[in-house]
Write a protein that binds this ligand. Structure first.
Ligand code: UTP
Length: 648
């Protein structure tokens, strides 16, 4: 089986601290200097590729930003050939350089890289060569399961790039962290990397000044002040790239982490002022008339919180923090018409707090016996409203992704692994693909994207839902997570999916309390499901004060009734939970098996509720059970009919 891997790597922009990277490097010889520090950010634009293993060859095809496709490049996976190719220069030399490093250090075989789309402008100071090197390093790492961390990939990309004639800095490969801001420190030969977590959204605009800059001269003039100052001018240069830079960077880190766009913009303007006052006098290239014209243009001011030059400075590019998306658009129109500047957006956004999901599908499925003797019940087919036949598990995975989930752990019976791999991790036969209509070919594409998000965790014995959740503790790594049953489907009655509604409600309350999706159920049916009661804190949110697993009708009627719109009602959990990671400790502490030897989740949820509180969200949509024979039969028909508001 040769699986394919989809990779996206963005470019990078230096937001703050340019030149302090090499300045900090001078601490090798002068330890009195202050370490350098920069903040970079991955761009919205980048390189997309599909990669797979090959035998004995490095194969690369690339698509340029204008859509034209290069000829296929092939080189044998032999160290001397790869090193020779790397030293010859050109775009493919980067791939050869990284491949040589990977072969030399990890003994890998070949790969094929199809860089099918590039949205990153080249030669605009966005480190497109570093992005390509990171892409190649990541492809080797993931396809050969080398276990390199992001820092390990950065090192391979850097070593690969410097084995070509092109020269790159140590901060260029920071794009390996994706579209997030990263703080890097430079102390002699040591490089520190710290990804930052933005506390809000920032809308940046980068514009090419259509000017000229002589980077070599800028570097030479500024470097003349290092490593030892010869006069007060040198001291000023060292202070600007040293302690002044550190002060601004510290404030910028805080502004990013607190989501303060106005402060971040003001800091950009302040950094530019310092550059102008202290560095411009030693380097005429830094007079950059085009940069200063646009920075002081009164027509620009109303739309921005601040701005500064990019990269080595000079008349290369300018960056602004805009006040809103609309202001950025107006400014783009103005700059492109008045100055004929090429502009592009860069978004720094608050990351999703719920990035991971657990879906346990290792149950015995006794109620669906004997079908489940041969096939796990999560592979039962359903037909979607669009007329596509899919296994239940795929619909659930799509629901998870629709909530912004990036990684999913499937808890499976070990003997089912080959079935999951065959369905998710293997390409459809070429013969089948060639006969599919376009909408089903798009489904094959969707499946491919889905498969790269899945991690499989075996549950050797079906010791219960709670036990299955506990097995994913390491995968979740102390973050809040989405938990979904492997046999419930959903159809939202609004554009947001049901899982997204639950995730967003969790975020609405500052991630402080776990949230479960609930729905109105008849009294008679509460005995089949986890049932809750509580106090309304909004139209559709209950602050829970009890969770009971399959209560008797009497118990439900006496203790679990909830008044809604003046009527007595009952609410059951719908199988979508966003839980805080403390749940793992609780399951472990209360891991007493029931009479069937299973460790459930409901009692742990009740303890979680007592400790931290849990909210119940009445979701806007329908749910469909597939775990009982007649209900499954009904689900098949109802699910195929059910429409969301959006497509209905
Ligand atoms: P169910 O309670 O529906 O159990 O599990 P089940 O084993 O699937 O089906 P029956 O009751 O025997 O007919 C709820 C979810 O938890 C998973 C199931 O696969 C299902 O998605 N589960 C349950 C596990 O992963 N491991 C377990 O030990 C139990």
């Amino acid at each position: 089986m040769n699986s394919t891997l989809d990779i996206f790597v963005p470019g990078r922009v230096c937001l703050f601290g340019e030149h302090s990277d090499w300045a900090g490097g001078h601490r090798r010889t002068n330890s009195k200097l202050v370490p350098g520090v920069v903040i970079i950010s991955g761009t919205n634009q980048g390189m997309f590729a599909r990669c797979k293993k090959t035998s004995g060859e490095l194969v690369v095809r690339s698509t340029l930003p204008n859509g034209s496709i290069t000829e296929t490049y092939r080189v044998p996976m032999e160290l001397s050939c790869l090193q020779r190719e790397a030293s010859e220069g050109g775009f493919f030399s980067y791939a050869a350089g990284v491949a040589a490093y990977m072969l030399d250090f990890y003994g890998v075989d070949g790969i094929e890289i199809d860089n099918y789309k590039t949205t990153l402008p080249v030669k605009k100071g966005l480190s497109s060569s570093a992005a390509f090197c990171v892409l190649v390093a990541r492809a080797f790492n993931q396809l050969y399961q080398l276990g390199l961390t992001t820092r390990g990939e950065i090192e391979a990309a850097y070593q690969g790039e410097i084995s070509t004639p092109s020269r790159c800095g140590r901060m260029d490969q920071g794009c390996a962290y994706g579209q997030i801001p990263v703080m890097m420190t430079f102390d002699g030969d040591r490089v520190g990397v710290k990804p930052l977590r933005p506390g809000g959204d920032f809308y940046l605009l980068i514009a090419d000044l259509n000017g000229k800059k002589d980077t070599v001269k800028i570097l030479a003039d500024l470097n003349a002040a290092f490593p030892f100052a010869k006069n007060t001018t040198d001291e000023t240069v060292q202070q600007t790239l040293g302690s002044d830079n550190q002060r601004i960077l510290k404030a910028a880190q805080q502004a990013i982490e607190t989501g303060d766009a106005a402060r971040l913009g003001a800091l950009m303007s302040e950094a530019q002022k310092l550059f102008d006052a202290n560095l411009m006098p030693v380097c005429s290239e830094l007079q950059s008339p085009k940069l200063h014209k646009v920075l002081t243009d009164p027509q620009v001011k109303p739309f921005i919180h601040g701005g500064k030059g990019v990269g080595s400075q000079g008349d290369g590019s300018v960056q602004f923090i805009c006040k809103s998306v609309a202001d950025r658009q107006t400014l783009t129109n103005y700059l492109s018409t008045t100055y004929e500047m090429f502009c592009f957006d860069l978004d720094i956004t608050r990351p999703a707090s719920v990035r991971k999901a657990i879906i346990p599908v290792a149950g015995l499925g006794t109620r669906m016996f004997p079908y489940t003797k041969a096939v796990p019940k999560t592979f039962l087919p359903v037909v979607t409203a669009e007329g596509v036949t899919k296994p239940v598990i795929q619909v659930i995975l799509e629901e998870a992704l629709s909530a912004g989930i990036e990684e999913i752990a499937l808890i499976i019976q070990p003997e089912d692994e080959s079935r999951f791999l065959a369905y998710f991790q293997t390409e459809a036969r070429a013969e089948t693909l060639s006969k599919l209509p376009p909408y089903l070919r798009e489904e094959a594409e969707k499946l491919r994207r889905l498969s790269s998000r899945i991690t499989y965790i075996p549950q050797k014995e079906a010791k219960g839902f709670g036990h299955a959740v506990l097995l994913a503790e390491k995968f979740v790594a102390n973050e809040p997570f989405l938990l979904m049953l492997g046999d419930h489907l959903f159809r939202s009655s609004e554009p947001r999916s049901v899982a997204r509604q639950v995730v967003e409600r969790f975020q609405d309350f500052g991630d402080a309390q776990s949230v479960v999706g609930i729905y109105e159920e008849t009294l008679e049916k509460t005995k089949h499901y986890g049932t809750v009661t509580g106090e309304w804190i909004s139209e559709e949110t209950l602050q829970l004060n009890q969770l009971v697993e399959k209560p008797t009708e009497d118990h439900a009627q006496t203790y679990l009734k909830v008044e809604r719109h003046g009527k007595p009602t009952y609410f059951c959990v719908n199988g979508i939970y966003v839980l805080r990671p403390i749940i793992f400790d609780i399951i472990r502490a209360s891991a007493t098996a029931n009479s069937e030897g299973e460790i459930g989740l409901t009692s742990a949820l009740e303890t979680l509720r007592e400790k931290e509180g849990i909210k119940g969200l009445v979701v806007n949509g329908q749910h469909f059970d597939t775990g009982l024979p007649h209900i499954y039969a009904e689900t098949i028909a109802r699910f195929a009919q059910a429409q969301t508001k959006e497509n209905g």
